[in-house]
Ligand binder design. Sequence first.
Ligand code: NAP
Length: 343
Amino acid sequence: MNIVPNVSLANYSTMRLGGIADFLVEIHSRNDLLEALAWASERQLPTIMIGGGSNIVWQDAGFQGLVMVNKIMGYDDHLVSAGEHRLTIGAGELWDSVVARSVQAGLTGIEALSLIPGSAGATPIQNVGAYGQDISQTLESLEALDIRSNTFVTLSSADCGFAYRNSRFKSTDRGRFYIVSLTLRLSVGNPLPPFYGAIQAYLEANPVDEAITPAVLRDAVIAIRSAKLPDPEIVANNGSFFANPIVTEQQLQSLLAQHPDMPHWPLETGGAKVPAAWLLEQAGFKDYHDTATGMATWPKQPLVLVNEQARATADLLAFKEKLVSTVADRYGVTLVQEPEILP
Ligand code: NAP
């Protein structure tokens, strides 16, 4: 285990902002994790675990403690019964490589989650989802270190408190569990229609002779995402910076009275999901470049905030505040940010 002092956290967030960590260590095994926690505990230092840095923003003040970067690997594919597989995956695996391998094996269940950046272990935190699939649908269980008891525990999917882009790891039990592995249940077969509009449109424009296999769906998602989203290796960003808001029936009716053309997806529970991108565009933030903060919205997707020339996280937060308050004033809808601000 190599604990490194004074590390710039900007290199551990795809937004490339943030101060200095007093200490940082890569975690390659369960034992590394226990050792790192004991080391920090002896020095009374707080700890924090991260994956690929694609959904976190570091404060400018940095972190006066030990940052643990999860690099626990592993990909075990077990046949459970005819056509049913159980995959056990190390939390430090690159999520998209997990999707790629499962698709290559002809498995369905996570192919719509193609090209989502970050590590596998991060996906349950916000119940990552896209185009109708989310991780709660296929996660059978996960293994995590519970810092209350300092023991490894297995939590079933039902124990994770999953909701739309949310879980207990992001809400009631934030910071309590360090996830070390996931177990997914996937089946051999093809994804079933109806597909989301963007996928359907892509498949109509690019018809295939064969059935819509997991590989065909993965290719469609990759094409759609690559055309619309910046590559975090090239452009500093955290993907979608805001979740799509859920509005009440009353809010929906008043929004529709003003904007009958507003896209929305009614929910069974009443109210509807509204695209945050549409609200931002209508509020004047399409391809918007803010000279005061060095931040911008991505031309093809205003939900993605891009660090063009920001000097500090304070710039990003000022820009975010501008977007949130403008949308709130205009539409009475509060945009909630997706990336976590750390610490
Ligand atoms: P989009 O496809 O333009 O969709 C915008 C909103 O409309 C989303 O809330 C989406 O619901 C909803 N929607 C679209 N078609 C729908 C349908 N047929 N049935 C029900 N709801 C529908 O959004 P985008 O920003 O380009 O994102 C593409 C996908 O990636 C979306 O599924 C989005 O949720 C997902 N995404 C997830 C995360 C995350 O997990 N953190 C971050 C960014 C984007 P859903 O949200 O239920 O899909």
